[in-house]
Design a protein around this ligand. Structure first.
Ligand SMILES: C[S@@+](CC[C@H](N)C(=O)[O-])C[C@H]1O[C@@H](n2cnc3c(N)ncnc32)[C@H](O)[C@@H]1O
Length: 269
């Protein structure tokens, strides 16, 4: 799974992150910008660049209340809060990622605009009709009950709200290379193909404003944040074991038609 492969104490995880940031030459005594942390905290295909492109597609505004589902270290939430000025709620299953997200929010001075809650995307602790937009990057591939996931997303969205996402979907050939960045073994991977994804989204009342397969673009082929950063540079290696092997398997899977990368903006009608 994408969660940390080892559980750390809150103090350990903070120490680990701070050491990684300082080793990359960043001064943690000054306020850091979300972009400076981008190689560490955008844990998805295409990294920070993919988030920026999705942000342009999302057309969010400062007055919007946004939910980031499976927020990880909340890199996307900080990008939204800093560049759009909106308030972002994060829901994240892993306690360790929540601890890391809170630390990075503090280091970037964005803790007032970003709330982090530990919990499941399948049972979110928010009332109906709360959010103007729900953001989700590379999370659904770890969650088997798709109908329940997307129904829950729709439940917390206001009518007319937007669902903004990026996802890994199944290709026409079964997965065969493991470990992958999101699954060390087949039982942890829950990919559906594009048709199945669209069917469940539409069945939940979401209408596509934009939907695209980016597998063959630079974004899909440059598995940016899955490539181990060189020594002295910030990267996911702080958290993820065997990153080179996992990234290599994802690349082979893409080349051989086992996986595709898609993204979209859907409106709740
Ligand atoms: C590949 S990471 C993506 C993190 C973040 N969205 C990003 O793009 O940087 C997938 C995240 O989904 C979280 N996740 C997986 N299943 C979840 C669930 N049922 N509820 C909440 N979070 C979940 C994992 O803990 C992990 O942080």
């Amino acid at each position: 799974m994408c969660s940390l492969e080892q559980h750390y104490s809150a103090a350990d995880i903070e120490t680990r992150i701070l050491a990684g940031i300082r080793a990359a030459g960043l001064d943690t005594d000054r306020e850091l910008s979300p972009a400076e942390l981008g190689a560490l905290d955008h844990f998805h295909t295409g990294g920070l660049q993919a988030s920026r492109e999705l942000l342009v597609m999302a057309k969010l505004a400062a007055e919007h209340q946004v939910l980031d589902v499976g927020a990880g270290l909340a890199g996307c939430a900080r990008l939204l809060a800093a560049e759009v000025g909106c308030r972002v709620d994060c829901i994240e299953m892993s306690v360790d990622y929540c601890t890391g997200a809170l630390l990075l929010n503090r280091l970037t001075g964005l803790e007032e605009r970003i709330a982090v809650r530990q919990g499941s995307a399948l049972e979110m602790p928010y009332p109906d009709n709360t959010f103007d937009a729900v953001w989700m990057q590379n999370v659904g591939m770890n969650i088997a009950p798709k109908q329940r996931l997307y129904s829950e997303i729709v439940r917390v969205m206001k009518p007319g709200g937007r669902f903004v996402f990026q996802e890994v979907v199944a290709g026409h050939v079964p997965l065969s290379y493991f470990p992958l960045p999101w699954a060390t073994e087949p039982a942890h991977s829950h990919l559906v193909n594009t048709e199945e994804l669209l069917s469940v989204l539409e069945g939940c009342g979401l209408v596509a404003e934009r939907f695209e397969d980016v597998s063959d673009t630079q974004l899909g082929t440059n598995v940016a944040n899955s490539t181990p950063a060189p020594e002295g540079q910030l990267g996911l290696k702080i958290f993820v074991d065997d990153l080179a092997e996992k990234a290599g398997n994802a690349r082979r899977g893409l080349e051989e038609g086992q996986i595709r990368y898609v993204r979209g903006v859907f409106r709740l009608c």
